[in-house]
Design a binder for this molecule. Structure first.
Ligand code: C2O
Ligand code: CU
Length: 488
């Protein structure tokens, strides 16, 4: 498919434009894996308050002659892990100390559209934004990142992203490793390219699937090593890359237990030996280790889909991600399990009040590019719908819907494999396939403020593969107004 070139990167600070080549740089695995600190918070008056400052910084990565200018939240690169419980009220003060207008989106969170941090909730340089909401969804591994229209790829690439963990009674009582940073390990997996002068390079070639780095980092660590002291390890995986899809496996492809998808625990653990993770997706897996062993988490060539497609840059790359070093004796840990009563409110096709269709092609959805002043879909609060999403072309996409956790009903009329039956907010769309999703739009009606749906391959998103929907009380159609551009 011939696609329009990405927007030029004129005037974007320290990012030099060069063309990518495929292949991942081999590195020594000898750096302790950084664990994002848990964000401090104060709880008072029934509200838990967090503070995030998007700021400029620099990092000295091993083997780089010069420190690399980066962006981060409360630090030079990436941000702290926010953590809150279901039922809590949270407030986050987000200060923008980077020299560009940005925003902060709570990816996977069920919350009012005005708190969502999408392109309409701009934060000017020097400005502050203070959203607050009630955590009202099951335990899950969510994340946050900027969402300024047309610049999301660049802002995430510079280092603005972090995790947001939700706990609930079920996750408290599940037999799962849960000691953060010890046997419950967050892994933000990203690829970057750093040039000889130590600058982060963001290509502007417009080539599919977008910016691919030659250096893999986990939580910002290049060549990371994790010392393990327990028999089982829970890995909270986030593909925080702008374009790269991973096929994660342990080096010997031993079975792993997938326990959670984007939106929380699966109905039951699913055994798999490799896991494809598209940009924006999360998964939690539990891996078992034997005393004294060293084993690497790797990414294998990515299976793009059953339908033959032209080779995609980077899809054949095979590389190590993280080295696990098990201690000579390991603390015992049980097989992952949790209660059998239903975890999530069921989402059933027969409850759907309507079906909408979405065709992804070029940088468009249903032939239209993102327009901040156009509302594309009007949904009634409290209803269930089916969204039939078709990838009409030969490149993959990663379809994300704000505010909801959906289920995949079927893929080209076939039931999804077990690991794709959990709650998801992002789904990899194989080339030339149709995915039927079932979604419930609950609680937050606002005819004046839209949520987004879009491709999470950020070159595509910034190029316009995004649309806007509002959730309204039936009968308030006349109040639907396209919002302003938030100063952009
Ligand atoms: Cu993670 Cu609309 O984004
Ligand atoms: Cu896409």
């Amino acid at each position: 498919a011939v696609l329009a070139a990405a927007p030029a990167l004129a005037g974007c600070g320290g990012l030099a434009g060069t063309l990518s080549t495929s292949g991942i740089r081999a590195v020594e695995f000898d750096q302790p894996l950084a664990i994002p600190p848990l964000a401090e918070s104060e709880a008072s008056g029934g509200v838990r308050r967090f503070h995030l400052t998007a700021q400029e910084g620099s990092i000295s990565w091993p083997g780089m002659p010069e420190p690399t200018p980066t962006w981060g939240l409360n630090g030079p690169f990436l941000g702290p892990t926010l953590r809150a419980r279901r039922g809590e009220n949270v407030e986050v003060t987000v200060r923008n100390a980077v020299p560009e207008t940005t925003s902060m989106h709570w990816h996977g969170m069920h919350l009012p559209a005005a708190m969502d941090g999408g392109p309409h909730q701009s934060i000017e340089p020097g400005g502050t934004w203070r959203p607050s909401w009630e955590i009202d969804q099951p335990a899950a591994t969510l994340w946050y990142h900027p969402h300024p229209h047309g610049a999301t790829e660049r802002h995430v690439y510079q280092g603005l992203a972090g995790l947001f963990l939700i706990d609930d009674e079920r996750s408290d009582s599940a037999r799962l490793p849960r000691e953060y940073g010890v046997d419950d390990i967050p892994l933000i997996i990203q690829d970057r390219r750093v040039d000889e002068e130590g600058r982060l390079v963001l290509e502007d070639s417009g080539r599919e699937p977008g910016m691919l780095g030659d250096t893999i980092m986990v939580n910002g660590t290049i060549g990371p090593v994790l010392e393990v002291a327990a028999q089982r390890l829970r890995l909270r995986l986030l593909n925080g890359s702008t374009a790269r899809t991973y096929a994660l496996a342990l080096a010997d492809e031993r079975p792993m237990r997938m326990v959670a998808s984007d939106g929380g625990l699966l109905d039951a653990p699913v055994e798999l030996s490799r896991l494809r993770l598209a940009p924006g997706e999360r998964a939690e897996v539990v891996v078992a280790l034997t005393p004294g062993e060293t084993v690497r988490l790797r990414s294998l060539p990515v299976d793009l889909g059953a339908i033959a497609v032209p080779a995609l840059t980077g899809a054949d790359d095979e590389f190590d991600v993280l080295e696990l070093r098990a201690a000579a004796s390991l603390a015992p840990a049980p097989e992952p399990s949790w209660g059998e009563d239903p975890l999530h409110v069921p989402l059933r096709a027969q409850d759907a009040v309507r079906t909408r269709t979405f065709a992804l092609q070029g940088r468009t959805i249903n032939g239209a590019r993102m327009d901040m002043h156009r509302i594309d879909e009007v949904v009634h609060v409290g209803t269930v719908e089916i969204w039939e999403v078709t990838n009409t072309e030969s490149v993959p996409h990663s379809f994300h819907v704000h505010d909801v956790q959906f289920r995949i009903l079927d893929i080209d009329d076939q039931a999804p494999p077990a690991h794709l039956t959990g709650p998801q907010d992002t789904v990899y769309l194989e080339p030339r396939r149709r995915y039927r999703l079932v979604l419930r739009f609950d609680r937050y009606a606002d005819p004046a403020m839209p949520y987004m749906y879009h491709c999470h391959m950020l070159l595509h998103e910034d190029g316009g593969m995004m649309g806007q929907f509002v959730v309204i009380e039936p009968g308030t159609e006349d109040q639907v107004a396209a919002p302003g551009t938030g100063g952009a």
